[in-house]
Design a protein around this ligand. Structure first.
Ligand code: SF4
Length: 416
């Protein structure tokens, strides 16, 4: 008997172009680290990348490297290396996997990009705790290990209204980074360059928003699983022309799909919102699981976290402070509920999946009654799946499959 044909996620043609610009980015980082004149900064994923780029630093994002460790399923074996140094298995598995990779001297970059053995050695480490405290601990570990300066921003958290007092605080902290960065880079900050960089970040972010919002169409032309891959340039290349050019190309392809009435998965029946981190080592399995149930996981808080509408070239530093404070992850539950509610409406969502990631409480919004409150307010059912972003020991594939299948069945019954 011929095997049953499983619905698949449709391939995005621009993927080849994205892989090329990511390769160019990593080779450039590698060259910068080897160069006697260029400087390398490590930056957290929602840290002040524009400032670093405008000052000529090549910018490496350890979270991107850690996600690669997860996606290549190298992370789980590396985490215990960091655990033996006193870094608990309960804390961020990006942190433990990345430090574990350093201690073991391995990197997924070595396999993907011949000639690159490891992430570039930093000249400075720059964090923003807007997302969590773990990033500061993570960078502090490298600062001690590599004897490199570590500077950053301690961000306010859990607020509903973004006030001038909060923006002033972060703006001043950002300005206070400049003298140290000038000393390390050996150049004065050129405001015109910073304005240009912020303008390009704004353009990138606007295009990324348009890309993600194509999923409001029925059927949705892209999924959350596509988003996790195609967000690469928005994370590591925001502020550059390459990222802008790439998202123009991707958007054009998705608009063609919409015009042709093509969905990312065949026969879309259910429209799902994903709340929380992806399980990097299970992207393909999860994509196939949902596609097989004709459920399109089409939008997420996670991928939308690289939309920064507040960037303003006319007021670069203050607008960066505002942009990096406006993020979902920094806000109170009251704000988060209002945000998700409008996303459910905009994307015509039938059900929500909350990923309760064991080692990332900040990106797991199922622990303080938010799913129950939202379900009561909107009538949209939800399912919490337990797992982790990188540590596959926290993931039960069987339980995930059974729970997701039962949830989709529940959505089907609701439609009848
Ligand atoms: S937000 Fe979560 S995954 Fe990201 S660095 Fe912090 S703890 Fe790790």
């Amino acid at each position: 008997m011929a095997p049953e044909k499983q619905p698949q996620r449709k391939k995005i043609e621009a993927t080849g172009q994205m892989m090329q610009i990511m390769a160019d980015y990593f080779y450039d980082l590698n060259e910068a680290a080897a160069s006697p004149t260029r400087k390398v900064a490590w930056c957290t994923s929602v840290g002040p990348a524009e400032l670093l780029r405008a000052m000529g630093f090549a910018v490496h994002f350890p979270e991107n490297h850690a996600a690669m460790l997860g996606a290549t399923r190298m992370a789980t074996e590396l985490i215990p290396e960091a655990n033996t140094m006193g870094y608990s298995p309960e804390i961020c598995s990006y942190l433990t996997a990345d430090i574990g990779a350093y201690l073991k001297g391995v990197s997924p970059l070595a396999k993907a990009y011949p000639g690159i053995d490891a992430p570039p050695q930093p000249d400075v480490l720059v964090y923003n705790t807007n997302q969590c405290r773990d990033v500061q601990d993570w960078f502090s570990w490298y600062a001690r290990e590599l004897k490199v300066p570590c500077i950053g921003i301690s961000s306010p958290k859990n607020f509903t209204e973004l006030t001038d007092i909060l923006i002033d605080d972060v703006c001043q902290q950002m300005e206070a980074l400049i003298p140290t960065l000038e000393e390390i880079s050996g150049t004065k900050l050129d405001m015109a360059k910073l304005q240009e960089t912020v303008a390009r970040s704004r353009e990138c972010t606007e295009l990324w928003r348009q890309v993600l919002e194509t999923a409001a169409n029925t059927p949705a032309p892209l999924t959350f699983f596509d988003g996790t891959i195609h967000m690469g340039p928005a994370v590591v290349l925001r502020g550059t022309q390459q990222a802008v050019d790439y998202y123009q190309q991707l958007l054009a392809e998705l608009q063609q799909r919409i015009a042709a009435g093509e969905g990312a998965i065949e026969g879309e029946q259910h429209r799902i919102y994903w709340e929380g981190m992806p399980v990097w080592g299970r992207l393909r399995q999860h994509s196939e699981l949902f596609a097989g149930l004709q459920a399109s996981v089409l939008v997420s808080t996670y991928c939308s976290s690289w939309i920064f509408p507040d960037f303003d070239a006319a007021d670069p530093i203050r607008s960066m402070a505002k942009a990096y404070l406006s993020l979902f992850i920094v806000r109170s539950d009251a704000y988060k509920e209002a945000y998700i509610t409008q996303m459910l409406k905009k994307f015509k969502i039938d059900g929500i999946i909350y990923h309760d990631a064991k080692t990332c409480p900040c990106n797991s919004n199922s622990r303080y009654g938010l799913p129950q409150r939202l379900e009561q307010q909107t009538g949209i059912p939800s399912l919490v799946i337990s797992g982790d972003l990188n540590d596959l020991r926290c993931v039960s594939d069987e339980q995930t499959r059974t729970n997701v299948e039962a949830f989709i069945e529940q959505l089907e019954e609701k439609r009848c």
